[in-house]
Design a protein around this ligand. Structure first.
Ligand SMILES: [Cu+2]
Length: 270
């Protein structure tokens, strides 16, 4: 039985108690392990650390610990980029094309590239699960988010381990007006969701919170392909179908978030 399955099976209180011990067990015998500093992308105070460790069997173990995340809220998180080309990177504030003070999902896409792996807690990890927030990690009442999962080699996109350097981690979901939830008050509807015809999704739920690039000597290959020009041409329209599906899922999940939160809160507070 995999560790992740075991974790899901234990009581929530025990899980919370065990997480500090389990979050960063170290690279051990990993063939390759890289640490990623997750930096605050939208000045919300969120930050964190991710460790991507390739096992001898070619699996990828991902460990993430973040703070300053929207409390009691799900955070869609992904490995963005490509193993086939383009030197994607985390966006800077210059990516805020509409000047609303926040880099949105679609404003960041030309920089950080499309979803490469969805860092869900269970089940599918492809782009199709990019905004399956019912399977994304929840931040606790203090805004701490801990995530641990090993994705089997067979489930990884081709070239993942060899191209770790071309990839980076993005966590989504911000609370711009710090009222403790995703809503429409601060930033209105998600412009990205609206651009694909989905209305009513809070911008706060989709805006990226943190981004971290894989760096260092053990980070795999030299980036393949050319440097992204930032004009969006590296994100073909037909590649956004997955995101569209995810946003549909987010719409459903957004309605369920309040229920989920109220159900989880007692376990978290305790
Ligand atoms: Cu993402």
């Amino acid at each position: 039985m995999r560790l992740s399955r075991v974790l899901l099976a234990v009581p929530a209180a025990a899980l919370v108690a065990a997480l500090p011990l389990l979050a960063f067990p170290g690279p051990a015998s990993a063939a390759e392990s890289v640490q990623v500093a997750l930096l605050d992308l939208n000045t919300t105070g969120a930050s964190g650390t991710a460790v991507l460790a390739a096992t001898d069997a070619g699996d990828l173990k991902i460990s993430i610990r973040s703070t300053g995340m929207t409390p009691n809220a799900p955070h869609a998180q992904h490995i963005h980029g490509s193993a086939a080309g383009m030197d994607f990177h985390c966006p800077t504030r210059a990516a805020d094309k509409d000047g609303n003070g926040y880099v949105s999902t679609e404003e960041g896409l030309p920089d950080y590239g499309d979803i490469f792996i969805s860092l869900t807690t269970t089940g599918d990890t492809t782009k199709a699960s990019g905004l399956a927030v019912d399977r994304m990690p929840m931040a606790d009442a203090q805004g701490n988010l801990t995530y641990e999962r090993t994705i089997a080699a067979a489930e990884l996109p081709a070239g993942t381990i060899q191209h770790l350097k071309d990839l980076h981690v993005v966590q989504h979901g911000i609370d711009a007006n710090r009222n403790g939830r995703y809503d429409l008050e601060a930033l209105g509807e998600s412009t990205f969701a609206k651009s694909v015809g989905v209305n009513g999704i809070p911008e706060e739920a989709t805006d990226p919170a943190t981004c971290g690039m894989v760096t260092g000597a053990a980070a795999g290959s030299i980036p393949a392909g050319g440097v992204d020009t930032g004009d969006g041409s590296t994100v073909p329209v037909n590649d956004r179908s997955g995101l569209y599906l995810m946003l549909g899922g987010l719409g459903i999940a957004a309605a369920a978030v309040t229920t989920v939160v109220s159900r989880r809160r007692p376990a978290v507070v305790r």
